[in-house]
Ligand binder design. Sequence first.
Ligand code: AMP
Ligand code: ZN
Ligand code: FE
Ligand code: FE
Length: 290
Amino acid sequence: MIDLHLHTTASDGSLTPRELVARAARIGVTAIAITDHDTTEGLQEARQYAAYFNLEVVAGVEISAEYEGTMHILGYFIDPKCETLQNRLEQMRAARKVRNPQIVEKLRSLGLKISLDEVIAVSGNKQVVGRPHFARVMLEKGYVKSIEEAFEKYLKKGAPAYVPKERLCPKAAIETIHAAGGVAVLAHPYQLKLPAHTLQTVVAELVTFGLDGIEAIYSRHSQQQTEFYTELAKRYDLLITGGSDFHGAVKPDIEIGLGLGNLCVPEKILDTLRTRSGKCKCTSMRECLN
Ligand code: AMP
Ligand code: ZN
Ligand code: FE
Ligand code: FE
């Protein structure tokens, strides 16, 4: 069993990298990719701890891209030392620091007594603080009964406390991952909420930017969706990947490796990814050579 999509407290997951590795090992997963939003911070601790188990930790990242809806691009086998990558991620993290006080203001004007300090405290990090952390504080304070309700009532796009986040255009997101020698994969395509023919057009355009794969296997994909995305990948000569998008308490129904219970990511995907990945192409070779 492998799982190529997991979040830690370095972004909006609720387990530390160490806790995540321990849980993955207990479940019997043999390889995980840590794909935190806008950071590679969790990787080192995870790898140190994974050395105690027979567990491979793939260097990953998840980047939000400009699109009407949700478009996330996953990077695999990236070189975390790549300067181009780290500069872009730092830019994304800086944008969050502008956005988060604006969300606090909106929530306060709606009568919810929430401070930025409380949100940062629940995040366990100061660098990648996002909407799931706001949702957790709202839940702890009894303003909502679930994370889902926090998003539905306040935080999702179109809801009263929504503030847009700066994102990279899809081309830049893919190029950033490639600069770091990584493999660029369209995450959870169902979240684009597009009819089949429009999704195909979007994928075709991403392919012109260098997209390498589609995350066809995903916790919340139906069997039918997985089959369709796999077909789509074949049509454009893309590889497929799979993962749970485990976030711990933020998505309590999703388990490492198992997703909602029936997730199954073939181990051979890992070698396909490994073979496809390259070296960091960052201009500052001194910084990037391993
Ligand atoms: P942000 O990056 O701050 O805009 O937060 C987006 C993240 O919130 C996503 O990557 C998901 O991890 C999480 N998220 C979005 N919608 C929901 C939802 N309805 N329930 C739980 N988590 C969600
Ligand atoms: Zn997340
Ligand atoms: Fe995502
Ligand atoms: Fe994710």
